[in-house]
Design a protein around this ligand. Structure first.
Ligand SMILES: [Mg+2]
Length: 265
């Protein structure tokens, strides 16, 4: 199901592709809601220890409920998310997770799964020269490898995410010690080469699957927000309606979206 604010949709369909760029989340937005995320894909590797998997599941079960609780204050949620993501990185380091284990997910097709039509959508945006900036609290290395594997790591795509750094093939840190978690996507520092690609473009299509994803475009005008709502739909629908212009439920594919949002064709 797709719920649209028709006034906003008409505006969106009337803008020029030269005056547009896309800010998008990755996990659950470019991929399906029921796909493994770039984080959870790490423990699908048969070579990781049972102990590591149990620890990851324990951490996820403790923190994920706060992520989808729209009643928590932003400040409270921010500190909980920060704690969660620090713990994720610490766990990779403590369990000596290797580069090979990290790359496993992106090299195995059955783990992460694109939304229907997502690959074609990325291709179309590249053909139209519309920049796509992925801002993800996931694992940058996995996202990048996944796009490469699927022949869609196009030159118009820029990934801002948690890039793991290795020492002797073992995870040692996050690049620049710059941790992106679900609540600090407004603080992401875009490198100059990315900024220069978007400086003359004044319209943004934002794609996300949580309320906090709208932070990606904080402070910008002319933002058209499309939200994927696949979990706890009834409880979260009002809050999505308050924050997004277009709401897509039940694993809506990009081919469906393109029927309404013509500019994405
Ligand atoms: Mg997401």
């Amino acid at each position: 199901m797709i719920i649209v604010n028709s006034e906003k949709l008409n505006q969106l369909n009337s803008i020029s592709t030269n005056d547009l760029y896309i800010l998008t989340d990755f996990d659950g937005t470019i991929t399906k809601d029921n796909s493994d995320s770039s984080w959870s894909s790490i423990f699908k590797n048969p070579k990781v220890s049972k102990k590591f998997v149990n620890e990851c599941i324990k951490i996820f079960n403790h923190y994920h409920k706060f992520e989808i609780d729209e009643s928590l204050s932003i400040a409270k949620k921010n500190s909980i998310m920060n704690e969660w993501y620090r713990k994720n990185i610490e766990t990779l380091i403590n369990f000596n997770v290797t580069e090979e284990m990290i790359n496993y997910a992106s090299n195995n097709e059955s783990i992460m799964d694109f939304r229907t039509g997502a690959v074609k959508f990325l291709e179309a945006m590249n053909n139209k020269n519309i920049p796509i900036i992925v801002i993800s609290a996931g694992v940058g290395n996995i996202i990048e490898q996944f796009l490469i594997k699927n022949n869609c790591n196009y030159p118009n795509i820029y990934i801002c995410s948690n890039f793991l750094e290795y020492e002797n093939g073992i995870v040692k840190s996050v690049k620049d010690n710059n941790l992106i978690h679900p609540l600090n996507k407004n603080e992401v520092f875009l490198p100059e080469n990315i900024k220069s690609k978007i400086e003359n473009r004044s319209n943004i299509i934002l794609l996300g699957n949580s309320i906090s994803d709208i932070k990606m475009a904080e402070g910008n005008k002319n933002v058209f927000k499309l939200g994927f709502l696949d979990e706890n739909i009834e409880e979260r629908l009002q809050s999505f309606k308050d924050n997004y212009d277009i709401i897509c439920t039940n694993n809506t594919g990009y081919d469906e979206i393109k029927k309404k949002v013509k500019i994405l064709n």
